[in-house]
Design a protein. Sequence first.
Lengths: 114, 113
Amino acid sequence: EADIYQTPRYLVIGTGKKITLECSQTMGHDKMYWYQQDPGMELHLIHYSYGVNSTEKGDLSSESTVSRIRTEHFPLTLESARPSHTSQYLCASSASIRDGTEAFFGQGTRLTVV
Amino acid sequence: GESVGLHLPTLSVQEGDNSIINCAYSNSASDYFIWYKQESGKGPQFIIDIRSNMDKRQGQRVTVLLNKTVKHLSLQIAATQPGDSAVYFCAENMGNAGNMLTFGGGTRLMVKP
């Protein structure tokens, strides 16, 4: 079992609300990632971080923002949710070692904006 | 909301048969590759990995083959079981601590009883 946790698992929220999806890992990993995935679709990297105070945008443009104030915590925020944000959001982390290593995933947050 | 990206291809196999899932990777400098399994409603889970100095690696009922010449990766599942039904993703990484894991498009495996 990977020690990476996402909350909430499911969220239904109204348009215009501000939301924060939480992601925490207890493995001491430097790298953390956020992926967006629609049902039956590919994984798209939307944000990543190399470590504390590092945040980068991924391959897919997203209206969300992230922060990395602590190693173990990588929250994702939507300032004003819209129905187009309805999707599954997956958080992952990996160690920074030279030869590459696997990423561990959380269970995901399924977001529905109504 | 509007779906992002492409629908995943589907591979349908009979229970007990062997499955082969293919993946074309993009970066010739990548030297570390992983196969992930994602069951419905869950995050992807690690199955097996391989480094570029190998052509083949075997696990329990799974084998990964790497062909660097054509940038192709495959996952073979022996004696496929209903519990193998899931979406399978390949991922690549350059052997540099500063690089991120990049995922391929994924394949849905459906096992018929």
